[in-house]
Design a protein around this ligand. Structure first.
Ligand SMILES: [Zn+2]
Length: 288
């Protein structure tokens, strides 16, 4: 059975066709019509048809920004605004006349790294995405663990500071409001009156504010992930998203996490992903 995987991103949509040994047969990338829901449906179905032209039997998995509500079946918490409240899965199944599987980007990332990536030799994997937002996915024995209400692993909205920063989700002090890329850039701006992108901040060691900024970042990163380890105690944590490229997370960051875990025996590997931007599209294909 062949596998089609589609990664619906904010700016680009990528598709892949894998054979049953997970070899890449074909790969394609198109731009996402991000403001038009109907065009997004067309784009995904055209890409699927295109990739599967020469295959009789195939499955389809889609990686989406945002989560599907277990209550309504509608998409929520998506940064591609026109998808919010839409029955994307249902509409695509109608269009393709085929059952499909759909997961958010953190779950696709986690299953891809747990099956083909840096965590393939571990059975209990916590995959983390830290970028524009903060997400997480749990994979146990190569199966995504969704939880009773489909929110398992969503550590980005754990409360870090009870009266902290306002989050778009309605709560205050969520992990995401402290360690997402935009949150860290905002902190820097408040400290220095200077706005610059994260890749420039992390090399600005000589700035007198750098030590304080970095320490607060590490404390929040450490508390957030230590809480996850205390509850799940996974075999490995894999970091993905733009911030996974920050080198000090694998030295000072890990040290900070370990200091906060409720155990004198913590040695949980915290690893950089190995699939990079391809995790979404591989994960989508692996959903079936
Ligand atoms: Zn939140």
């Amino acid at each position: 059975m062949y596998k089609v995987g589609i990664d619906l991103g904010g700016t680009k949509t990528e598709g892949i066709l894998l054979d049953d040994s997970l070899n890449i047969i074909e790969r394609k990338r198109v731009s996402t019509p991000r403001n038009n829901y109907q065009e997004i449906i067309e784009t995904i179905s055209n890409l699927t048809i295109d990739l599967s032209t020469n295959t009789k039997e195939f499955t389809v998995g889609i990686c989406t920004p945002g989560a599907i509500s277990k209550k309504t079946g509608l998409l929520k918490n998506s940064n591609t605004q026109c998808l919010i409240g839409k029955p994307l899965k249902e509409d695509l199944e109608k269009k393709l006349e085929k059952k499909i599987l759909m997961e958010n980007d953190a779950n696709c990332f986690a299953i891809a790294e747990a099956t083909m990536g840096v965590a393939k030799n571990y059975s209990f994997v916590f995959g983390v995405i830290i970028g524009t937002g903060v997400g997480g996915g749990i994979v146990i024995n190569r199966q995504i663990h969704h939880g009773r209400t489909n929110i398992a692993g969503e550590w980005g909205h754990h409360t870090l500071h009870q009266n902290g920063k306002q989050c778009y989700c309605g709560k205050k002090g969520c992990v995401e409001t402290y360690i997402s890329g935009p949150a860290l850039e905002q902190d820097w701006e408040e400290m220095t009156n200077n706005h610059k992108p994260l890749p420039e901040i992390i090399i600005d060691f000589d700035n007198p504010k750098f030590v304080q900024w970095k320490q607060e970042f590490l404390n929040n990163f450490g508390t957030g992930l230590a809480n996850v380890i205390d509850i799940l105690d996974p075999d490995v944590i894999v970091l993905g998203g733009g911030l996974s490229n920050i080198g000090f997370l694998y030295s000072d960051g890990i040290k900070n996490v370990y200091e906060k875990v409720f155990s004198d025996l913590v040695d949980t590997p915290i690893l950089k992903n190995s699939l990079g931007d391809s995790a979404g599209v591989f994960g989508a294909a692996l959903l079936n």
